[in-house]
Design a protein around this ligand. Sequence first.
Ligand code: SF4
Length: 315
Amino acid sequence: MNRILEVCKLSVSFISGNEVVQAVNNVSFDISQGDIFALVGETGCGKSVIAHAVAGLLPDNTVISGEVNYKGQDLLELSQQDLIALRGQEIGIILQNPSRALNPLYTIGHQIREPVLVHTMKTKDRASRMVTATLRKMGFFDPESEAHRYPFESSGGMNQRFVIATSTILSPDLLIADEPTTGLDHSCIADVIKEFERIKKEEHCAMILITHDLTLARTLADRIGVMYSGEIVEMGECKAVFSDTLHPYTRGLIGGLPENGCTPIPGISPPMSRRFPGCRFHPRCTERMPICGQVHPRLEVNGDRFVRCHLCHSH
Ligand code: SF4
């Protein structure tokens, strides 16, 4: 399979006054055409920062190092102008909260056709026909009427599907979905999942799925990276990670699923500004050993997986 994205040793820090706060530390992963790679973890673990780094959407007070190679070109080296040209055309972005992504003053059709008019030479008529075709492909029964609606006339789930239409109308090679189901009710989530399943089957783009929802990741992703406190702690094939979990934090997240009794992980994630020696998870880990508070574990290969845990490393 064609490798679309290769993130190498990505670190991201934010400068706030005299303080430098590291949000992402030395993260590497790759995604091939047709693959969905999910980054999961609790709020504040740095997964959305990675999505924003790949999309070139981080604020000015950011210090970023490493590489984000998209089809061989490092996105971190591109000018804003070149990035804008890629975003919306080759790289589609779906952010949480569709009400912020859609402009209440314009019809849905107007907004879905916008990337076509901005990034291609197509006429308004041709772009409008593409909107209709896209909505029909997504299963809308009467796409012409849908295109004439305003965002306030539709539910949150429906609007998220319109955002997906906007992000995919130009058939991007890479789709970045950041918490695409947050704030939606169960039936809307089911519609959005169905839409992603269709994209996976029919569009064959590579996708980064950022989510705190493990069930969503398990349903959609081929591979998964579990993040804790700015680092990947376990990464591998999604099925394998769920069936034979190696890292205590991943075990904790899976224990929190409803079918496992919603058992919470004790304690809370440390704030980004607080770093201490040893494993970042050790204050909360029920399996910690004396070494865990002293030595920061490396991310190492363990069978079919990458794992950052002294339990899994041979010393
Ligand atoms: Fe737990 Fe130690 Fe593994 Fe960290 S390194 S997850 S504290 S066992």
